[in-house]
Design a protein around this ligand. Structure first.
Ligand code: FEO
Length: 399
């Protein structure tokens, strides 16, 4: 498969309908993904921007050869060294050795580190460009830590296309490939999940980079990311969304996340939800059993929340592992300006609430209740009332 993005740019990537886990087993991809590679034909020079994940290298080359004689590719741009975009470079460069590979200085390190090849690297920095002839240029913009040190964007003058690699992408397999053609709810569900799970810790850099690029006053007719659809209809809509998401994003939502052994902590969670609703009827209240839900979907819900309420029963003086692994992930993502509370059932020692409180504070959440709510055995009516009181307290705190 290949298709024309416009008269000068052809998509030569791979739609991966089968993908369900990304970054090993760390990130779910319920709707698959795409690895977008772009062939840019200038008046005099031809450039290939990024490639595809390694398992698809052979297929990628077969398709690419249908589109162009590989020897007519003058330059390769590796906007990012991660293997989902660079994975076909070893195979490609065996066919066209010596072809210049443009990447950031950190890109040289990551590509060498991963493939141990001495390719013809041309390290570039912001403002460097490739002359494609006829006054047309491909201009580079470093995008350090968005989301790797080597990440960079490039911009095609004349066609006014931004190639931002991972930024503005989504893990979303589709044959439509343009933002105006796909289901908007699906598109934005994947775009926000991608931001929440990958870009959240880099939000200050996202804001700064967008301001820097906007400050260049470059017209943008299309944004061609390396995953998911091409933004051609109102392309700046996703840039504006990123500015919103990068600014300690919150919806009017509180999410209760728990794990439970014999239903006591679940019953407590549901009683907390009653109190929340009583105090703050407009709130979008969501409950997730962490052991039975996709962790990345939960992370997306945390991203959207003003506060989270986390529950675990006590086991072996600690907490259930679904909650500890969720909190490890949350800590790394560095959520800002979110409140939290903890609860959990116990039978004898009762450490879980203290453990969750500590994890919440380490992850940067502001505790609404320092004590949290400890429930002995299964909740009786008194405990249900205490849970509702905690719910009301959180409901009030997020008004
Ligand atoms: Fe899509 Fe950072 O790789």
């Amino acid at each position: 498969m290949s298709f024309k993005v416009n008269s000068n740019v052809t998509w030569v990537g791979k739609v991966d309908w089968e993908l369900r886990k990304f970054h090993g087993e760390e990130l779910s991809a319920h709707r698959g993904s795409t690895y977008n590679s772009y062939l840019v034909r200038g008046p005099e020079k031809t450039v290939l921007i990024d490639s595809v994940w390694g398992p698809f290298a052979k297929e990628f080359l077969q398709n690419l050869k249908k589109e162009i004689d590989l020897n007519k590719i003058d330059y390769i741009v590796a906007n990012h060294g991660e293997t989902d975009h660079s994975g076909a470079l070893p195979e490609l460069l065996r066919e066209i050795p010596g072809t210049p590979v443009y990447c950031s200085h950190a890109g040289v390190k990551s590509l060498k580190g991963q493939y141990h090849e001495e390719w013809n690297f041309i390290p570039v920095k912001t403002g460097d460009k490739i002359d494609l002839g006829g006054g047309k240029e491909l201009v580079f913009v470093e995008a350090k830590m968005l989301h790797w040190p080597d990440s960079m964007f490039c911009y095609l003058t004349g066609d006014h296309i931004l190639f931002p690699n991972d930024a503005f992408g989504q893990h979303y397999a589709t044959e439509y490939m343009f933002n105006d053609l796909v289901d908007q709810t699906e598109l934005y569900a994947e775009a926000i999940k991608y931001y929440a799970n990958i870009l959240t810790p880099f939000s200050p850099l996202v804001t700064a980079k967008i301001k820097e690029v906007v400050g260049m006053n470059l017209p943008v007719e299309m944004i061609c990311p390396s995953h998911g659809v091409i933004w051609r209809d109102d392309p700046l809509q996703i840039v504006n969304k990123y500015l919103e998401w990068a600014d300690s994003y919150q919806e009017n939502q509180v999410t209760i996340i728990y794990d439970t052994m014999w239903d006591g902590t679940r019953k407590t969670a549901e009683a907390i939800a009653l109190g929340l609703k009583e105090e703050n009827p407009e709130l979008n209240i969501k409950l997730y059993n962490a052991a039975r839900s996709d962790v990345n979907d939960i992370i997306t819900e945390i991203f959207k929340s003003k506060a989270i309420i986390i529950g675990s029963p006590t086991i072996n003086k600690g907490i259930l592992h679904s909650i500890s692994s969720l909190m490890e992930m949350a800590k790394g993502l560095k959520f800002k300006q979110k409140k939290a509370a903890a609860f959990g059932c116990y039978g004898w020692s009762g450490e879980s609430v203290g453990v969750v409180n500590q994890l919440l504070e380490e992850a940067g959440f502001e505790l609404i209740s320092k004590e949290g709510l400890k429930v002995l055995w299964n909740p009786d009516q008194e405990a249900v009332e205490a849970a509702k009181t905690l719910g009301r307290e959180v409901g009030k705190a997020v008004k």
